[in-house]
Design a protein around this ligand. Structure first.
Ligand SMILES: *Cc1c(COP(=O)(O)O)cnc(C)c1O
Length: 471
């Protein structure tokens, strides 16, 4: 908000002041004289108390305002300014050398800090309205085609051929991929123990049998040695999950797949743009699956996509997405399909997000670097590895291991209104999945210690300091 929304002439009436602080919604105005210099501040509480005690409704601001007040100079260090503030002083004016208010600072420590906030500041609304006005609000329309080819192009770094098939969410992207690859009853599919449950649920929905294996202690993603141990004559596919933005060891995984004639579906729901040996995730296996849920790297509200370099497979995905209907003969069904389509409205948002994906990733990376810098040297904290020579992780959330009392720490964040997320529970710990699990030791340890800190535009140095204090 602009500082202008707070500024008012000290000669104006209390009613004018009341209007102004209602408009800015912050319950405070900065009062200035004819030269524009700051002479006082006035809050809704001040006005209320004055009117109750004097019943003098004709007073002007100058009679009521606080002439002694907390303020700061624009050259002062932001942290020094914040130190002047406490829970009673939530907003203070910042003045220049002429004592003219030029800015304000809000102490938002008590504000709810969500784990993630979608960054919708580009063409999202414009394209959404455009799609709406075009009346193509269902699952046909230009935004779908543009978003599909644009996102696939981003993942394949312009290397043709590439195809994107947009779907309703990341979960059905996984399910569609499994079905399109012919995976079903009697087949075993190897999945990691540390992942979101959609990875394994879709295997079960496809009628196949999941086989849960342990993760690697350094990357926290599926351990190739454990994959090899779990292979049987029934094994049909592997689903490596690039969990928390870290690429899996794709050379090893693809080599194992080739040797054993296995299919590979990459779960990239948390790793848009992450790279292994300069190649982006989602482009190694047969199909890469993405999610565009609101807390993912880019969002369409709900949404997902399958990407592939295989035109035949892309066709199959499209047909299955659309009820299994023949592409040439309407209402003729060659497969038992689904309605997994994305709408043009969602794709409009997605295209605008895609235009800024590099910026969004960079912004998140900068924030992670700030976290690392501020919280470095804390003996209880281990940051996610970002020093693998062959991998370029991306920042989804800020993922760390905490070697203290995690519940106590989580509670202290909750008390300060900062939303943090524990890591996923290992699948192998949940009774419904236990029967599918191999012995998993590492995932239990990582899961027990893992916490995600928020990444969003509200997070700043002060908040990271606050997080540091909790730790
Ligand atoms: C979010 C997520 C999914 C599912 O995506 P939705 O769009 O929420 O259905 C699948 N796998 C992983 C690893 C995820 O994080």
């Amino acid at each position: 908000m602009l500082v202008e929304k707070f500024i008012i002439d000290e000669k104006k009436s209390l009613i004018e002041a009341w209007k102004q602080l209602t408009i800015n919604g912050k319950g405070i105005v900065f009062c200035v004289n004819a030269q524009g210099k700051l002479t006082g501040v006035l809050t809704d509480g001040d006005i209320r108390n004055f009117l109750i005690s004097t019943e003098n409704y004709n007073s002007i601001i100058q009679d009521v305002m606080n002439k002694k007040f907390v303020y700061a100079h624009d050259k002062e260090d932001k942290r020094a300014i914040l130190a002047k503030m406490d829970y009673r002083i939530k907003i203070i004016p910042i003045v220049n050398d002429d004592f003219v208010p030029v800015d304000y600072l809000e102490n938002n420590f008590d504000m709810h800090i969500p784990i993630a906030v979608p960054n919708l500041g580009g063409n999202e609304f414009k394209y959404l309205v455009d799609a709406f006005l075009s009346t193509w609000i269902s699952s046909k329309g230009n935004y779908i085609k543009e978003f599909e080819s644009g996102f696939a192009k981003f993942c394949f770094k312009d290397h043709e051929p590439y195809y994107g098939v947009a779907v309703a969410n990341g979960t059905v992207a996984l399910h569609l991929a499994l079905v399109a690859l012919g995976i079903g009853e009697g087949d075993e599919v190897i999945v990691p123990d540390l992942t979101f449950a959609a990875t394994i649920n879709t295997v079960i929905h496809a009628g196949a049998t999941p086989v849960i294996v342990d993760i690697d202690k350094d990357s926290w993603s599926i351990n190739p040695d454990e994959i090899e141990k779990a292979i049987t004559p029934k094994t049909k596919a592997i689903i490596p999950v690039h969990v928390y933005g870290q690429p899996c060891d794709m050379d090893r995984i693809m080599e194992i797949a080739r040797k054993n004639h296995l299919l590979v579906i990459e779960d990239c729901a948390e790793a848009h743009g992450a790279e292994y040996k300069n190649q982006r995730v989602g482009t190694f296996g047969n199909i890469g699956c993405f999610s565009f849920f609101a807390n993912k790297v880019i969002t369409t509200g709900e949404g997902g996509m399958c990407i592939t370099s295989d035109p035949v497979l892309a066709d199959k995905l499209r047909i299955l997405r659309d009820h299994g209907m023949s592409k040439t003969k309407r209402y003729w069904h060659d497969f038992v399909g689904y309605n997994y389509r994305m709408t043009n409205l969602q794709a409009a948002i997605g295209l605008a997000q895609l235009e800024r994906i590099d910026y969004i990733l960079k912004e998140k990376e900068n924030l992670e670097n700030l976290y690392r810098e501020k919280l470095r040297g804390n003996p209880l904290l281990e940051f996610q590895r970002n020093d693998f020579q062959d991998r370029k992780k991306i920042t989804w959330m800020i993922s760390v291991l905490y070697n203290g009392d995690k519940q106590k720490l989580m509670d202290s964040f909750t008390a300060k209104n900062i939303e943090v997320r524990p890591f996923f529970y290992p699948l192998s710990e949940m009774p419904i999945y236990q029967k599918f699990a191999k012995k998993c030791v590492v995932s239990k340890d990582i899961s027990k210690r893992g916490i995600n800190f928020p990444t969003n535009k509200i997070v700043n140095i002060e908040l990271i300091d606050k997080i540091g204090e909790c730790i």
